[in-house]
Design a protein around this ligand. Structure first.
Ligand code: NAI
Ligand code: MG
Length: 330
């Protein structure tokens, strides 16, 4: 496999090397292509991502990505939005499943749901007019964009509990009526049991009763917010992996950002990145390797080898190292 490896900024430079140590311990035939992207590159060269970078990403089988810093500077074009659009990765898959050894906000840990977030349009369309007294961002919902994400979510639901929740705000934003109608039709056509909820009350229901959900499909901004919120259910942002999938390309990254507040101290939790690696392995068909990675994470956490966000005293590299060492003994 030819793998583009993007560390990015901040803790991306810490969690990706830890995850790469885990990848190396598996002994797979992987050609790693390092690609520098992000705010650091922008400061150094005036460009956060170039056309050549995009070509390099497209030449690889898939991308393993850390995190990038995005400053609120109107001249700075988001690297992630650019990549998701250029590689047309329309589905952002965010599984929320507790690890046996980590407690979230509930005593119960019998939940396991997946947020399927539309990844190319909605409020992240990038179509904006920024002025002094009025600034606008265009919210784009298309039939094609809604149908492909709804079809993806329905297919996923069929492989699980056949239960889909469509999350929207069509009572206020009429653009969501199209998303809702198309998603419902897709569920009917594919025989998936479905219901829909308005995003505000849904947020309350999800955080209080996560065990009621299986596959959730929603638009870009809602999916972004709801997935970070769901981090509280499983013990923190340092534990949430994700995949960005399109027709041609795939891209794996932790849900969290570059965490400038803790960057540079070797204390970021690498588990989200390592679980993203696990999703990458599954996508590539390396199922035995993916299973051993998950087992090794559990072993390390059960031994109390974890970073301060989980109450531990260990560094990012120590956690990665412990997981890699366990895999090497297998
Ligand atoms: P963030 O996810 O970077 O951090 C939020 C909080 O969670 C911070 O207190 C941080 O210390 C903690 N945290 C995050 N990941 C952690 C980990 N692995 N281990 C331990 N603690 C962790 O979000 P924030 O602070 O809102 O954004 C920081 C920067 O990251 C911004 O420039 C933002 O644009 C960017 N960002 C990038 C993303 C990406 O590259 N995919 C996603 C989200 C934000
Ligand atoms: Mg986010």
């Amino acid at each position: 496999m030819k793998l583009a490896v993007v560390e990015g900024d901040g803790i991306g430079k810490e969690v990706i090397p830890a995850a790469i140590e885990v990848l190396d311990s598996l002994g797979l035939d992987v050609e790693k292509i390092p690609v520098e992207l992000g705010y650091g590159k922008w400061e150094r060269t005036g460009s956060a991502i170039t056309d050549e970078d995009i070509d390099t990403l497209k030449e690889c089988d898939c991308v393993f990505f850390g995190a990038v810093t995005t400053p609120p500077d109107p001249n700075y074009k988001s690297v992630l939005l650019t990549i998701r659009k250029e590689l047309d990765m329309y589905a952002n898959i965010r599984p929320i499943r507790p690890l046996p050894s980590v407690k979230g906000i509930h005593e119960r840990n019998d939940f396991n749901f997946i947020i399927v977030r539309e990844n190319t349009e909605g409020l992240y369309s990038g179509i904006e007019e920024i002025g002094t007294d009025i600034s606008t961002t265009k919210r784009v919902v298309t039939r094609k964009g809604s149908k492909r994400i709804a079809d993806y979510a329905c297919k996923l639901a069929k492989s699980r509990m056949n239960k889909l929740t469509i999350v929207h705000k069509s009572n206020v934003m009429k653009s969501d009526k199209l998303f809702l109608d198309v998603s419902r039709q897709s569920a009917i056509d594919t025989g998936v049991l479905h219901r829909d909820e308005l995003v505000d009350s849904f947020a309350y229901n999800l955080i209080t009763s996560p065990w009621n959900y299986d596959v959730i499909v929603t638009t870009n901004l809602f999916g972004d917010i709801l997935s970070d919120m769901s981090g509280a259910l499983v013990g923190g942002l340092g534990l949430l992996p994700s995949a960005n999938i399109g027709e041609k390309y795939a891209f794996f990254e932790p849900v969290h950002g570059s965490a400038p507040d803790i960057a540079g101290n070797n204390r970021a939790n690498p588990v989200a990145a390592i679980l993203s690696l696990k999703m990458l392995l599954e996508w590539h068909g390396d199922l035995a390797e993916a299973a051993i990675v998950e087992e090794a994470i559990d072993v390390a956490l059960n031994m109390g080898i974890c970073t301060p966000d989980l109450g531990g005293k260990h560094t990012t590299s120590e956690v990665g190292n412990t997981i890699a060492k366990y895999i090497r003994t297998k």
